[in-house]
Design a protein around this ligand. Structure first.
Ligand SMILES: Cc1cc2nc3c(=O)[nH]c(=O)nc-3n(C[C@H](O)[C@H](O)[C@H](O)COP(=O)(O)O)c2cc1C
Length: 175
């Protein structure tokens, strides 16, 4: 079984437990790297060609504008999903769904026959509308129920992730 962990994450300022703090690594990046280590999968970062602003307020403003326009921002680097059977797709909940750069990623590849496992870090909206949006973008993929993770608990999510992956038939390396 060939697995790709594809993730989007935003380092810099983020809203965390009611206050704005600056982080070197985003919550979803922490989760995605755990998943890649647990599964031995390939790891690909879905990054916008023009990075999102460092400032939380500016980032939210741009994210909202992109969401309202339903835009498909250009990506920094493209990856082919052709050789993979399973795509573990990790992203933060932005505006109730995935960042629009993740829409670009899903629209630019052929996901027919692939299994997609959505993993969404969030501050309360859990998966939001993201699972439905992934199904609409990849109608010929098998999109399983997603795993919501509270952003602030990303570092402590190992057990939850292991249980989720195993319950979807993904082999997990034991430490
Ligand atoms: C632009 C933006 C929009 C967001 N919208 C939501 C939202 O609608 N619902 C929610 O629960 N969290 C929302 N959040 C919080 C993030 O989902 C949460 O902090 C996530 O863990 C960030 O992941 P990252 O550090 O990997 O980027 C938003 C954050 C940003 C920056």
């Amino acid at each position: 079984m060939k697995i790709l962990t594809a993730y989007f994450s935003h380092a810099g300022e983020n809203y965390f437990d009611g206050k704005i703090i600056a982080v070197k690594e985003g919550n979803t990046s922490i989760v995605a790297k755990k998943i890649a280590a647990m599964t031995g999968s390939a790891l690909y970062e879905i990054a916008r060609a023009t990075p999102y602003p460092y400032s939380y307020a500016e980032c939210v403003k741009e994210a909202k504008e992109e969401f309202i326009r339903n835009s498909r921002p250009e990506l920094k680097e493209n990856v082919s999903v052709k050789d993979y059977d399973v795509v573990i797709l990790a992203y933060p909940n932005w505006c109730g769904t995935m960042p629009m750069a993740v829409f670009t990623f899903l629209e630019s590849g052929n996901f027919a026959g692939k299994k997609i496992l959505p993993v969404c870090t969030n501050e309360g909206s859990r998966m939001g509308r993201s699972e439905g949006d992934i199904k609409a973008l990849c109608p010929e993929a098998e999109v399983v129920d997603g795993l919501p993770i509270s952003g602030g608990l990303a570092r402590e999510a190992d057990e939850k992730i292991t249980y989720y992956l195993k319950s979807h038939g993904i082999p997990v390396k034991e430490n």
